[in-house]
Design a protein around this ligand. Structure first.
Ligand code: ZN
Length: 83
């Protein structure tokens, strides 16, 4: 019998809080690592890199940036135009 592999792929992450600067919705950005970025003003957390499973990040980098965002730590307020 094979165990279901879907369970391990359906990690649940905390909901992202709205941007503290403008109150708009924030998104998880996966690009050379993971970070949380506001969809409106561009405020973001620092980029964290963790292990990768195929094309998806795994480990705790994703959870880490979400928690940083929600705790309002490590923000970078910028408009660097990278994205
Ligand atoms: Zn914002």
């Amino acid at each position: 019998m094979r165990k279901s592999e879907e369970m391990s792929n359906s990690l649940t992450f905390p909901d992202l809080k709205p941007c503290p600067f403008c109150g708009e919705k924030a998104y998880l950005i996966v690009k050379d690592g993971v970070r949380v970025k506001c969809g409106s003003c561009g405020a973001s957390t620092e980029v964290r890199v963790d292990n990768w499973y195929g094309k998806k990040p795994c480990g705790n980098a994703t959870l880490s940036v979400i928690e940083s965002w929600n705790r309002r730590e490590n923000y970078r307020e910028e408009s660097d135009g990278i994205n």
